[in-house]
Design a protein around this ligand. Sequence first.
Ligand SMILES: [Zn+2]
Length: 132
Amino acid sequence: MELGKISFVPPSKIKEYLTYLEDGKIAGTKCKNCGTPHFPPRADCDNCMSDDMEWTVRDPKGEIVTYTTIHIGPTGFEDAVPYTICMVELEGGGRLLGWLDEAKEEDITVGQDVSINLKEFEGDRIIYAVRL
Ligand SMILES: [Zn+2]
């Protein structure tokens, strides 16, 4: 399984994260030295530079930061247009980009509470589906 329509990161670098996704969970990392949570997950803490990290499963909820509808898709996404992507601030910190699911752009407002669902996409891929 891979994340997103196109992966820009080799699966070997995010293998553990993909394992959580396969279990239906969104995971970040947390610094065991200073307690700083990270999402997307990081191997090294940007607060204290420690590499002593642990995985933490995140609550799949958040708030819309911004959104846009793509009408002219970049390479690899031409067949998906139009689609709406949302930047979501996760509860507990961190942001992700997800695809608006089961709603239309005119239904969204900045600051709106949303849930993040993992949705199978084109066979062996998975996307973050943002639901209102
Ligand atoms: Zn730290």
